[in-house]
Design a binder for this molecule. Structure first.
Ligand code: ZN
Length: 99
């Protein structure tokens, strides 16, 4: 375990930042944060300082995934359960069909 004292879990990631929209309605910018180490991806809005987890194409993931990912320090490499987490969308496009 490396020491993460005085660093928030957010700061533990090695972010690559991309501007999605430089000015959004209501002010501020919308940025895409992708970690080079664990490949987790977040969308961040600067005006209200909110961030949420997204799938690879920027689709918002469930709040449960967002809070878990935000609470964890960078695992340093893609974590095992992440691919499953990336399928848990905040706004499901259709109801889950039982097999
Ligand atoms: Zn990371």
């Amino acid at each position: 375990m490396q020491s993460t004292r005085a660093r928030t879990p957010w700061q533990s990631h090695d972010w690559k930042v991309k501007t999605l929209e430089s000015i959004i309605p209501g002010g501020g910018s919308k940025l895409a944060f992708t970690c080079r180490a664990c490949e987790r991806k977040f969308t961040h809005t600067t005006a209200n300082n909110r961030a949420w987890a997204t799938s690879g194409d920027g689709t918002p993931l469930a709040d449960e995934v967002t809070s878990r990912w935000l609470a964890q320090s960078c695992p340093g490499r893609p974590a095992k359960g992440d691919n499953k987490d990336r399928l848990t969308f905040k706004y499901p496009s259709k109801p889950v069909q039982p097999e």
